[in-house]
Design a protein around this ligand. Structure first.
Ligand code: FE2
Ligand code: FE2
Ligand code: FE2
Length: 326
């Protein structure tokens, strides 16, 4: 456990190169999987940016006297960052690829926003600067991916015959249902370990909405003559969330949890962006309307979580006596 704000900062800096390493692994295979030249270009562009980011962060680690072996080590222990569980999922369509990447960029965004807060409290202006500029790049990459939702759906449906669109829509709906189930799990767990009343309220409020979403999606599945269990949901899910294990022992748990949930909301945002498009193509206006309505809630939840990053981190640092009580 860090005893000083300096140690806390070095801890955060140590986590980041592993996040970038995982990003690079995904980005290197993404252009091939995208099945669309524009999307492929967006991924390729971000490879060079990501390599720069990793270099910059390692530079800051060395400036803090972290020895080379430790800096090397961090890649080997990439699994140590709870949030990298996203990286393990293997998307099988361009749509899922873009949805995962979109979520991952927002996880990175959260990591750098939290890093900037800790660096600021540690009085390290240079790291604040680096963290903010990288955060900008992640946000820009997120926007590039969002601009590619249409293309991602096009590429995913290119080989689907018009008469099979309904069945595809069923799969997207079943995925949405699976994501909402995971969201319930995440938010219930989050609420239990948030530790800060404001963050707890964000989790609690969105948990209520999430149950409504789950039912609305189920109703659309049923209206289409499907059952949620009919399709084995193919990995628009993060596979057995184990929040306690990932976050339990860390003093900055609530802040990281907010970051993780923020990334998860972006997985949902991408899923509903795509579902809306697939529903429109399949001529199911009611499903498209439901998806759009849910989309608005997911965006609002993501914004509410982001607003908690700084206060949650501040509270964690204060609780451990790493910054003076205000
Ligand atoms: Fe990055
Ligand atoms: Fe990135
Ligand atoms: Fe959500």
């Amino acid at each position: 456990m860090p005893e000083t704000i300096e140690e806390q900062l070095v801890g955060h800096l140590t986590d980041v190169p592993s996040i970038e390493e995982q990003a690079l692994q995904q980005l290197r295979v993404a252009p091939r999987m995208a099945r669309d030249p524009e999307l492929a270009r967006a991924f390729r562009e971000h490879i060079a940016e990501t390599e720069d980011q990793e270099r910059l962060v390692r530079g800051r680690l060395e400036a803090h006297g972290a020895d080379r072996s430790r800096v090397k080590d961090v890649v080997a222990r990439a699994g140590g960052v709870g949030m990298v569980i996203f990286a393990r999922s293997q998307p099988d369509t361009p749509g899922k690829l873009v949805a995962h990447a979109y979520s991952y960029e927002h996880m990175e965004l959260a990591a750098y926003e939290l890093l900037a807060v800790v660096a600021d409290r540690a009085g390290d202006a240079e790291t604040v600067e680096v963290a903010r500029s990288i955060r900008e790049q992640e946000e820009t990459m997120g926007r590039r991916l969002a601009a590619g939702f249409d293309r991602a759906v096009d590429a995913s449906l290119r080989e689907v015959a018009p008469e099979d669109l309904g069945e595809q829509l069923g799969k997207y709906l079943a995925d949405a249902h699976a994501i909402e189930s995971q969201a319930v799990q995440l938010l219930e767990g989050g609420q239990a370990i948030a530790g800060e009343p404001d963050l707890e309220k964000v989790f609690a409020d969105h948990l209520e909405e999430t149950r409504v979403h789950q039912n609305a999606v189920k109703a659309r599945l049923e209206a289409r003559g499907e059952r949620p269990s009919r399709f084995k949901s193919t990995l628009l899910r993060v596979g057995g969330l184990n929040l306690g294990g990932f976050f339990g022992a860390q003093p900055d748990t609530p802040a990281k949890l907010a970051g993780f949930a923020f990334a998860f909301e972006h997985l949902e945002i991408a899923a509903y962006e795509e579902l809306t498009r697939v529903a429109q193509r399949a001529g199911d206006g009611e499903t498209a309307r439901v998806a759009e309505r849910i989309l608005g809630d997911e965006r609002a939840a993501a914004a509410a979580l982001r607003a908690q990053f700084e206060p949650a981190m501040e509270a964690a640092l204060r609780k451990r006596g790493l910054v003076p009580a205000s």
